[in-house]
Design a binder for this molecule. Structure first.
Ligand code: BGC
Length: 391
């Protein structure tokens, strides 16, 4: 059983860090450190990040690895507020959009950096049927439910616990969603482990169990801009998505049910091309999505590399691997210059993109899609890795 974070544990971790750093430099560790049992986990610094409007304390945890990458996670929404990655000259910069204060996350966020649940993406009319019983969810996207509903997993405070690992550092978040919350059946107990490894990968491992039949489809909603300069649109990023097909949508972004070949369409990212290359094409699906805002049907099965994003001038490369059947590529079409950046500016159109690994949108209503049903006794378990390097 994992223990909740305590100041003591944090101190122990900090102590472990300095020992670890010494070892990394191939220097002889001090005599007392040599006696210390394996302490590979690097310090996770914990600091307060404010209090929610309804009075819940929120903490920030900074995960670090031996190369210097840092991932800041807050317990509100499991949100990644900052994530540094090196460019080809070794300079680390934050590459994810976010805010520097809780109030702004509570006020208005397009899911910046957040954990999404119970159901990532859309459920048509917020309604589905399980074993003959129909469930009506709270709707929050016109007539539909998006990313869990009015108060999805991005808007709740998760419990953080220590999660020892043999390299880098890791944090485990837990949230128990009550039976009926948002309209969903069953008490859903979800855990998400963020493990920052020593080779600059962030592994995100999700698990969930339920006490009544329900649906589950969790994901991570970081907005990347590999330039590290959030005034710049992401259209110059070179993207690959290993998918021969994608899911066309209707005007409300609900999949029509068709699995359409990407060949000879702007949706073909099987060979690297810039996000901007075909985004301006006259295409009914691009019009509906206001750009790319679709789920691709990933090739292959099991844990595999599914997507890469490369930023030529900084050399930053992001590789995404997952065991999920789909990935929603959303290129920040709804960013419109109204949300504030920590630096005093605003997030302009298409200054961030998301690669949300997941089951297909609206699966509870589309029997031909892979199932998102979770029954008591079953374990929902899925993993996605975001790995950074340079080229
Ligand atoms: C959706 C977009 C939505 C965005 C939220 C994405 O996952 O596909 O349609 O606007 O999240 O900002």
């Amino acid at each position: 059983m994992n223990k909740p974070f305590s100041p003591l544990i944090t101190i122990a971790f900090v102590a472990a860090t300095s020992i670890f750093m010494v070892n990394c430099k191939n220097e002889t560790p001090p005599a007392e450190a040599a006696e210390t049992p394996a302490l590979a986990t690097i310090a996770i610094a914990k600091s307060p990040f404010g209090t929610t409007a309804d009075g819940q304390a929120v903490d920030k945890f900074s995960l670090k690895n031996k190369l210097g990458m840092q991932v800041d996670v807050i317990t509100y929404g499991g949100i990644i507020t900052a994530w540094t990655a090196p460019d080809k000259t070794g300079n680390y910069a934050n590459v994810v959009l976010g805010y520097d204060n809780l109030a702004q996350y509570e006020k208005a966020t397009p899911y910046f950096g957040a954990l999404i649940g119970r159901y990532g993406n859309r459920i048509a009319k917020g309604k589905f049927t399980l074993d003959g019983q129909t469930f009506q969810l709270e709707t929050n996207d016109g007539p539909n439910t998006l990313h869990g509903g009015v108060k999805g997993f991005d808007k709740v405070v998760w419990t953080a616990t220590e999660h020892p690992v043999d390299n880098g550092s890791a944090l485990k978040l837990t949230y128990v969603s009550k039976d009926g919350e948002g309209g969903y059946p069953g008490t859903l107990t979800s855990t998400v482990v963020y493990h920052l490894t020593d080779d600059n990968a962030l592994e995100v491992s999700y698990e969930a169990t339920t006490d009544k039949k329900t649906v589950a489809n969790l994901t991570q909603h970081s907005y990347f801009n590999l330039s590290g300069d959030f005034t710049k649109p992401i259209l110059d990023h070179e993207l690959t998505i290993d998918a021969d097909k994608y899911l066309p949508v209707d005007a409300m972004l609900i999949p029509t049910g068709e699995l359409k070949a990407v060949e000879n369409t702007p949706f073909d990212f099987r060979q690297a091309k810039t996000v901007g290359k075909d985004i301006g094409q006259k295409d009914d699906q691009l019009t509906k999505g206001k750009g790319y805002d679709h789920c691709w049907v990933l090739n292959g099965q099991g844990f595999r590399k599914v997507s890469t994003a490369y930023h030529p001038s900084t050399g930053r490369l992001l590789e995404v691997s997952t065991d999920e059947p789909g990935i929603q590529f959303y290129c920040g079409n709804f960013l419109d210059g109204t949300l504030p950046t920590p630096g005093g500016g605003t997030y302009a159109h298409r200054t961030g993109f998301c690669l949300e690994t997941q089951h297909y949108p609206d699966s509870p209503n589309q029997p031909s899609f892979p199932s998102t049903t979770l029954a008591p006794g079953e374990k929902y378990a899925t993993k996605t890795t975001f790995k950074f390097s340079t080229r």
